[in-house]
Design a protein around this ligand. Structure first.
Ligand SMILES: Cc1cc2nc3c(=O)[nH]c(=O)nc-3n(C[C@H](O)[C@H](O)[C@H](O)COP(=O)(O)OP(=O)(O)OC[C@H]3O[C@@H](n4cnc5c(N)ncnc54)[C@H](O)[C@@H]3O)c2cc1C
Length: 388
């Protein structure tokens, strides 16, 4: 990887991608299947990710991160996802928290948190979702009430990635439950585990194994007012949605990884497996599937590239990120199912990776805004940008 004190330059990209590729081949691919099936947290890999600087991948080099562009970061995410998608959640959710601090935090917050986020010494994620509010974030009920120089937090967050293994989270709360509209009464805090902050359960999932998803309970949990992101109440909703464009590009990049691996597995297997005296890739019905899979993958990859480029250039990219996320995640679901069909009965076996891809893909249509919401965002932007 690039030295951490140097500013990222796009000419560094091949070196970075090459070191990720070598790490994946050597330290991840041989162990991913076993860890996934036993739902074991990949502790050694997390240590390796720390050493490679992945926990600071998008954090500026001013704060000790690698300062990767969104375009390069998306390629890294895709490569990791091709081998084991779960790993991307360990650093991605963490980097969403870091992005909130880097974009919206006070100077003091940046100094206190970003260098420790970049090394992975402090790791965690984002706590937005609650048992009764996911898509409709303005419907959350976790409250923070000011008490002197502190806030007292009460409420429950669910589905939080890294909540068991991590210690630090960007937490969305209400500081004014009567505000109209509700988003004006929302704030974000950086909270670290301590008295009053407990994990009530580890959630069991269809896929995305190895990585921890949990429910966090806050009971009279105290946090310093210094940890209110940006130092001003009422900004939390905007801070949460302000990171969503990058979040969507990331989920789209993960999806591209699943779509690509599904294609690769199908292309290989269809040449090995013979029926009626010839490899199944010579049957036209299989060829049609392969052609559709390859086209879906390429189109998704290009949409991600376009959205990441717009993000890097500082252009508004909610339409582009929404399209990338929507198309790539549907491609991941369709390609993983087609790969399974091409594998016949073996596709249903735990000995083949397509079974895992099929279980991992559906999360992509839910995370960082469901695809129903992506379509609404895309349509609204279309109208907005083409007013008559
Ligand atoms: C494995 C996993 C990891 C996660 N990690 C995190 C995390 O780290 N941090 C975090 O905060 N959250 C996390 N989440 C939560 C995730 O962000 C939410 O599940 C997601 O936002 C959807 O919210 P919901 O589940 O409450 O669904 P709901 O909001 O209840 O939606 C249910 C259905 O209704 C649809 N719908 C809702 N509103 C509309 C509308 N206006 N128009 C049309 N359709 C609509 C949705 O698209 C969906 O199909 C995670 C979830 C999973 C499964």
């Amino acid at each position: 990887m690039a030295p951490k004190d140097a500013k990222f330059d796009s000419s560094d990209e091949p070196l970075i991608l090459d070191s990720i590729h070598k790490w994946l081949e050597r330290d991840v691919a041989p162990y991913a299947m076993e860890l996934e099936h036993s739902d074991t947290y990949p502790t050694d890999m997390v240590e390796q990710m720390k050493e490679m600087g992945l926990f600071g991948a998008t954090i500026s080099s001013d704060w000790g991160g690698l300062g990767l562009s969104a375009s390069t970061y998306a390629k890294v995410v895709t490569m990791v996802s091709e081998v084991w998608m779960s790993l991307t959640g360990i650093f991605n959710s963490h980097l969403m928290m870091a992005t909130a601090v880097e974009k919206f935090g006070t100077k003091d917050q940046k100094q206190r948190f970003l260098p420790r986020f970049a090394t992975g010494e402090l790791r965690g994620g984002t706590g937005l979702t609650e048992p009764d509010a996911g898509t409709d974030l303005q419907g959350i009920s976790t409250k923070a009430v000011k008490d002197g120089t502190e806030y007292v937090i009460n409420g429950t967050k669910t589905w939080i990635t890294n909540s068991i293994e991590g210690t630090c989270f960007a937490l969305l709360v209400k500081t004014d439950s009567n505000a109209e509209p509700a988003r004006k009464g929302m704030s974000m805090f950086i909270v670290q585990k301590g008295p009053g902050f407990k994990i009530s359960k580890r959630l069991e999932k269809l896929g995305y194994k190895g990585i921890d998803s949990g429910e966090m309970i806050f009971e009279d949990f105290r946090v310093s007012a210094d940890d209110l992101v940006g130092g001003e109440e009422g900004q939390g909703f905007y801070q949460a949605v302000g990171g969503l464009e990058l979040g969507r590009i990331n989920v789209a990049a993960r999806s591209v990884g699943i779509a690509k691996r599904s294609l690769d597995e199908a292309v290989r297997y269809s040449q090995e497996r013979k029926t009626f005296g010839k490899p199944i890739c010579q049957h036209q019905a299989i060829q049609l599937k392969l052609a559709e899979m390859a086209t879906r993958y390429e189109a998704s990859r290009l949409l991600v590239e376009q959205a990441a480029q717009a993000y890097d250039e500082g252009r508004r990219c909610d339409l582009e990120a929404g399209m990338a996320k929507y198309h790539a995640s549907e491609a991941a679901v369709e390609n993983s199912l087609e790969a399974m069909r091409i594998h016949g009965g073996y596709g249903y076996s735990k000995e083949f990776v397509v079974e895992r891809l099929y279980r991992d893909a559906p999360l992509m249509v839910i995370g960082e805004g469901t695809n129903e919401m992506q379509k609404i965002i895309i349509a609204k932007q279309l109208i907005d940008r083409n007013k008559i």
